[in-house]
Design a protein around this ligand. Structure first.
Ligand code: ASP
Length: 360
């Protein structure tokens, strides 16, 4: 009798275990798998870096109110782009959205805050590049499109061309539903006064040069071009740049910002780069592509490649400016040879950071 009871008891225990064990095993397996998936998620880097122009930006030249306004707008732009990347969106979308926010702000020399050419109009340039396909779109001498970076994207996505300029570019945009605005939309009092000051400075430089019998130097002007480089969760890089160019530039002048390889470059094999500074120097050095090339052919780290190009080649040639870049592993570079550069970044492993002045 006792023996029978024992047998039934052990049978029950065996039965219980045969049910509980597979469940326990399944739970443990699930936890391990989820953990691994989360690890993979955090191990895959993503993020973005932006600039709002490089130049003589120093604490004694900016009021606390302006400093706060720049800080807030740069942060807003970074967070908007980061939200797209965090939600699994493309680096390409993040670049366009981030730049649109800066183009719509009068603080930056792009879109609404664009500087004036010597004929008193605003002429803008922009470009965007997809590091996965190496497709690129660019526009130059734009006068009536609110967001030139979106027109550049349209050129990439809806035309067989890389660059369209002037009236042809604007007509192409209108055919694809991009609204035209009056050139007066881009008028800001601050930039108008800046044009007047630059004209006066240039006149006195010209006079001094003709008296000395030497070639006249170009008066230095305000900077504020905007750019963004991003890496998404899929490992795709993209870069974009949008600008009003240089104050008092000759109308029709085009700088580096819409030139693929000069002001903008992205390649999934290396990095995405956007530049800001004296376009005439960036164009001749193909600054953005040179950084990629040093990484691609010489296996250089992003920080070293950027340093060599900005503090080496650009400085040697006499050019001023800087770049922002993110590489395929999520490393960030913000390198410039000017007093300051409006800049900031956020990645999956680094919180939002905004900086303006030299070494911070
Ligand atoms: N690179 C722009 C240009 O030369 C200007 C700037 O970045 O401030 O048009």
């Amino acid at each position: 009798m006792r023996k029978t009871c024992l047998n039934i008891d052990s049978l029950r225990t065996t039965l219980r275990w045969s049910i509980v064990f597979p469940i326990l095993a399944a739970v443990v397996l699930f936890a391990v798998k989820t953990g691994r998936a989360q690890d993979a998620e955090t191990a895959r880097p993503f993020g973005l870096v932006i600039h709002g122009g490089a130049g003589s930006i120093s604490k004694d030249r900016i009021t606390p109110e302006r400093e706060a306004a720049y800080q807030a707008k740069l942060q807003e732009a970074i967070e908007a782009g980061y939200a797209i990347l965090e939600g699994g969106g493309s680096s390409f979308d993040a670049v366009e959205t981030t730049i649109n926010i800066m183009e719509d702000s009068p603080l930056f020399n792009a879109g609404k805050g664009a500087v004036f050419s010597n004929d008193g109009t605003n002429e803008m340039d922009a470009s965007i590049m997809d590091g996965r396909t190496l497709n690129a779109g660019a526009v130059a001498s734009i006068k009536h499109i609110k967001n030139p970076i979106s027109l550049a994207r349209l050129v990439l996505e809806n035309s067989p061309h890389v660059m369209l300029v002037g009236a042809g570019a604007e007509e192409f945009g209108a055919e694809h539903g991009i609204e035209k605005v009056s050139n007066y939309y881009f008028f800001t009092d601050r930039r108008w006064k800046s044009l007047q000051r630059t004209i006066a400075k240039q006149d006195s430089l010209n006079k001094a040069a003709s008296e000395a019998g030497t070639p006249a130097k170009a008066a230095s002007t305000e900077k504020g071009t905007v750019g963004c480089a991003a890496l998404d969760k899929q490992g795709n890089l993209a870069a974009g740049t949008s600008t009003g160019g240089l104050t008092n530039k000759r109308w029709g002048r085009v700088g580096d910002s819409p030139i693929i390889g000069a002001g903008t470059y992205a390649n999934n094999a290396t990095c995405a780069v956007s530049g800001t500074g004296q376009g005439e120097y960036f164009m001749r050095l193909l600054v953005a592509h040179d950084i990629h090339a040093r990484m691609f052919y010489q296996n250089k780290a992003l920080a070293d490649a950027a340093k060599e190009v900005i503090h080496g080649e650009l400085t040697k040639l006499g050019g001023a400016g800087g770049i922002i870049s993110i590489d395929k592993n999520g490393n960030i570079a913000m390198t410039f040879n000017t007093a300051g550069m409006f800049r900031g970044y956020r990645t999956n492993s680094q919180p939002v950071t905004v900086q303006m002045y030299g070494e911070e």
